[in-house]
Design a protein around this ligand. Structure first.
Ligand code: 13P
Ligand code: SF4
Length: 391
């Protein structure tokens, strides 16, 4: 009632009182509730009241019947959503218990990339970027590795730990950038530049790694390129990361034209708009983004680099230019800071193919497993092991 008497004109109040008397069951003063749908309806009432009593009464009646319907629909939806959330939480509790039991039975370890869904990162033994997870896979005592990421990550784990069983929650979780380079094309490029060493981003297939001198991740790309004993480097497959590395090395870089569909989607316009909305925030970016976007950043780094920077910085607010799954670790590390993702499109659909249910099912059925032909694995392993040795 405060709202009604505090803000409305006498004409409007008369209309309302008239209607309350004439239609006692229908007009319930629902306008007082702080609900979005109802606020929308209230605007209609304001508008109508300027046109006189008769039309105000008419529309008020009409609006009230709409309000009841809208209120019922909103109420029903909220109840359904609350029930669905409760059900999901219950299912996840059961899945987590089952997972603990299976992990023990199989002597398994769960590795999860920072881009995985929160429900997977929550249960992981190790969360990490591509580099850290490759290290963990190479060093683990477990018999079974469940690699929650995309296919090339599971493959790298299998190459580094050939005697272990490597499971992935869903073998359809691929990486479009990894698919942008193939061994035939790479061999042709090598033939054109016989003196160049091949540095390949870990986001690549085992076949491509087998054609590679040394692998790298975004965390060590500059160090790896600078470590090779040639003046020329064939770089594949990420042109954006290649462009970034080229600015930090004297080597001549021959850059493949691949890119990450997710990071490459971030534009200068997105960042300008976000900066206008959040003027106190620093912009942190992954070098898989376009060069013109990377140039705008306060900090450029791999996923781990971004996490470390945000954790250690005195700044309290960040615009984040990388995949939105990193939000989980950012919030764990700095619950008092605010993170805005620079675009709603910073979601890798491939990473999100996995879910907790599939992780449990993989351990139950011991499928899908990653297999890499031995000859390919033996060649690819050299390129990964060389990377792990770079300090
Ligand atoms: P990093 O894990 O090296 O940051 O790579 C990002 C990425 O796109 C993984 O697919
Ligand atoms: Fe591939 Fe980009 Fe997805 Fe990483 S984020 S898996 S590079 S598509």
């Amino acid at each position: 009632m405060d709202w009604l008497f505090g803000r409305q004109t006498p004409t409007f109040l008369i209309c309302v009182l008239f209607q309350l008397t004439a239609f006692p069951g229908k007009c319930k003063l629902v306008v007082k509730q702080p609900n979005r749908t109802l606020t929308g309806q209230m605007k209609k009432l304001h508008f109508v009241q300027t046109r006189g009593t008769a039309s105000a009464i008419f529309v008020l009646i009409f609006t009230n019947s709409q309000l009841s319907a809208a209120q019922d629909a909103v109420g029903r939806r909220l109840t359904m959503e609350a029930l669905a959330l409760e059900r999901k939480a219950e299912q996840n509790r059961e899945l987590r218990e089952r997972l603990l039991q299976l992990k023990k039975e199989r002597n398994a370890i769960i590795l999860a990339h920072y881009y995985q869904r929160d429900e997977i990162q929550e249960v992981a033994d190790f969360r990490g970027d591509s580099f850290l997870l490759a290290q963990k896979a190479a060093a683990t005592d477990a018999d079974v590795i469940v690699f929650c990421g995309v296919h090339f990550m599971g493959e790298s784990a299998k190459i580094l730990a050939p005697h272990k069983t490597v499971l992935v929650p869903d073998e359809r979780a691929g990486c479009p950038m990894a698919d942008m380079v193939n061994p035939i094309g790479l061999r042709e490029l090598k033939a054109k530049h016989p003196n160049a060493k091949v540095v390949t981003y870990i986001n690549s297939s085992a076949d491509v790694k087998a054609e590679t001198d040394i692998c790298c991740t975004s965390a060590n790309a500059i160090k790896v390129v600078n470590s090779v004993d040639s003046d020329e480097v064939i770089w594949c497959p990420d042109k954006n990361l290649g462009h970034y590395v080229a600015q930090h090395t004297d080597k001549k870089m021959i850059i493949w034209e691949g890119y990450c569909n997710t990071h490459d989607m971030l534009t200068v316009k997105d960042v300008v708009e976000m900066r206008a909305k959040h003027p106190n925030a620093q912009f942190v970016v992954h070098p898989e983004c376009r060069p013109e976007v990377v140039e705008m950043a306060d900090f450029v780094g791999s996923t781990t680099g971004i996490l470390k920077y945000c954790k250690e910085s005195d700044c309290k607010e960040f615009i984040v230019g990388t995949e939105d799954g990193t939000g989980y670790q950012l919030r764990v590390d700095s619950p008092d800071k605010t993170f805005h993702f620079a675009s709603k499109f910073l979601v890798c659909p491939n990473m999100k193919v996995n879910n907790l249910k599939k992780v449990v099912r993989a351990l139950e059925t011991m499928q899908p497993q990653i297999y890499v032909p031995e000859d390919v694995a033996n060649k690819a392993r050299l390129s990964l092991e060389r990377m792990l040795l770079v300090k």
